[in-house]
Structure formats: structure tokens, C-alpha cells
Write a protein that binds this ligand. Structure first.
Ligand SMILES: [Zn+2]
Length: 299
């Protein structure tokens, strides 16, 4: 059955979806046992959101083959291929990497073996040379600022905004649907991830301001439990940026008023506006310590 793009009930669903309390991290996956679970959601016209555990990617089925984004890891790449085979017998022609981090781009070798072309920002090549990941092919096609993957009647636009989380991040845009697929630098209704590993706070905010200027109506983010909607309104990019600005301002204010110990900052700085965001209690102190390091050490 062919579905209309973003049927009304789905839009209503995302507008009223509850604040989720399900766990994002950390969960243990039993070795050799059950998986965390995965799902595939059609959002219309050959575009699918694939979820495994708290990770998401998108894939696009065209008349001439399939465009896959971040394969995550070898196990998930197999699951992904199985799900794609249920939808089409067309080959995976492109695998597009969002950025260099292994938890998103490992495991693509099975698609390489089938002849897929791998696409990623040029800095991924250096990162994977310095920090090799098994079963993770290097990009065949690299780009600097922009690149467009074209297959069949579909295009996927890739844009680089400089360093923000690592220095190889591509924001992906589906121009027809005006959807952005954004990995790690926008996670709706959740404080920043733990101690913000490889996130550069000032560059992150700058990048989000530039992304806000893009032409888009919806965002698919790469993280969230099953209870979170797969697709959100464009406003979540601004929400993420304002959270970071509020976090930095609160830490700066405490520093300026004489609280210099990161331990004291972790205990005293609060952001009650975000108390309903996931991991507010657990991760806000870690976010605070990361921002303390930014002001204390200048990076
Ligand atoms: Zn990352």
C-alpha cells in the first residue's frame, strides 16, 4: 500500500507525543541473546526510518537502488539489509556516513561487498586512518562543503558546517520532503549526551544557527528510545541551540559570581526550564562539567 507523505494522524501524533521517560543509555545488550529491538517506519515515497535500540538512520528506496545512511555496526547492518530486502530487491548503491564516530558508521562492509559506493566528509578518511574501525570501509567519495547523492528520481543533499561534534559532520536533507536527518548534534527533548564527548560547545551553537537557516520543515534525529517520535518539527533545532546557550550562560554566571570548582558547579547550577527533558538529573551535571572545561581551558 502506498502511503501519503506524513498523513494527518501522524502529524497529530508527533505534536502530542508525551515526554518519554524510557531509558536512552546505558542498557546492556545480552551477548548472543536478544537484541535491543529494531523497527522500520515508512514516512512516504520510499523514505524509511530504521531504529535499533536508541539509534536511528534513514534509507531511501528508489527505482535504481537504495541509499543507506549510517550502518551503525555489523550486527545492525545485517538487520538493515534484511529489512531492506523485505521492501525491495534493488541493491544498496550508496552508503552515506554522517560523521566519523564508530558507533554510527561501523559495519558497512556487507554493503561494500555488494558493490555500494561509500560517501562521507573528507575528514572521515583521516579519522578512520588514525582510529581504524573493523568492517568499516573508507569513503569512496569525499566532499568538502556540499555533496548531493542522486539515485533514480531521488536526491540526498549533504552539508558540512565545520567542526561541531568531531570535524566531519554531514547534515542530510531530503529536498522534496524538506526533512533534515541530523546525527548527534540535535536530540530533541534530551539534555546533551553525558559529558559531551567530542562536542565543541561554541562551534556546536554556531553550526546550529547555520542549520536553522536551511530550508526544512521536519527533523529526523539519530537518537531516542522507541517511545519518542521518529520525526519532529523543525523547531527542535532551535530548542537544542537554546538549551546549549542556557547551559553555557548558567555556568558562566556561576563562574563570574565566584564558583570555580567543577564539583560545586555540578551541584549548584540548575536549569529548571529543562527538568522534563530526558536525563536532566543524570546528565546535566556532566554537561556542566564539560562547559566548565570550555571556560577553564578554552576549548
Ligand atoms: Zn558522534
Amino acid at each position: 500500500m502506498k502511503r501519503l507523505f506524513l498523513p494527518l494522524i501522524f502529524i497529530i501524533g508527533l505534536l502530542f507525543s508525551p515526554m518519554a521517560s524510557a531509558s536512552d543509555f546505558p542498557l546492556k545488550e545480552p551477548m548472543g541473546g536478544k537484541t535491543f529491538g529494531h523497527s522500520v517506519k515508512s514516512i512516504g515515497d520510499g523514505v524509511y526510518v530504521f531504529r535499533w535500540w536508541v539509534y536511528r538512520n534513514i534509507f531511501i528506496v528508489t527505482d535504481e537502488g537504495v541509499i543507506v545512511t549510517d550502518p551503525l555496526n555489523a550486527k545492525v547492518a545485517n538487520l538493515l539489509r534484511t529489512e531492506i530486502r523485505k521492501i525491495t530487491d534493488k541493491p544498496v548503491k550508496y552508503v552515506v556516513y554522517s560523521h566519523n564516530h564508530h558507533d554510527h558508521i561501523s559495519g558497512g562492509q556487507i554493503f561494500k561487498d555488494e558493490g555500494a559506493t561509500f560517501v562521507g566528509h573528507k575528514n572521515i578518511v583521516k579519522e578512520l586512518a588514525d582510529h581504524p574501525a573493523p568492517l568499516t570501509p573508507l569513503p569512496d567519495v569525499t566532499f568538502d562543503n556540499n555533496y548531493t547523492v542522486t539515485l533514480g528520481n531521488r536526491t540526498l543533499e549533504l552539508s558540512y558546517f565545520g567542526p561541531n561534534h568531531g570535524d566531519s559532520m554531514a547534515v542530510m536533507r531530503l529536498p522534496k520532503e524538506k526533512i533534515l536527518f541530523i546525527v548527534d548534534i540535535v536530540t530533541p527533548r534530551r539534555v546533551a549526551f553525558r559529558d559531551m564527548p567530542d562536542f565543541w560547545p561554541d562551534e556546536w551553537i554556531r553550526s546550529l544557527k547555520e542549520i536553522e537557516q536551511m530550508d526544512f520543515d521536519y527533523v529526523i534525529s539519530a537518537h531516542g528510545p522507541e517511545t519518542e517520535p521518529a520525526i519532529d518539527p523543525a523547531s527542535v533545532v532551535k530548542d537544542q541551540r537554546v538549551y546549549l546557550e542556557d547551559l553555557m550562560a548558567a555556568v558562566k554566571k556561576a563562574l563570574d559570581s565566584g564558583t570555580h570548582s567543577p564539583d560545586a558547579l555540578r551541584k549548584t547550577v540548575k536549569l529548571p526550564k529543562y527538568k522534563d527533558w530526558r536525563y536532566y538529573n543524570e546528565w546535566l551535571p556532566m554537561n556542566i562539567e564539560r562547559v566548565w572545561a570550555y571556560y577553564h581551558m578554552g576549548y
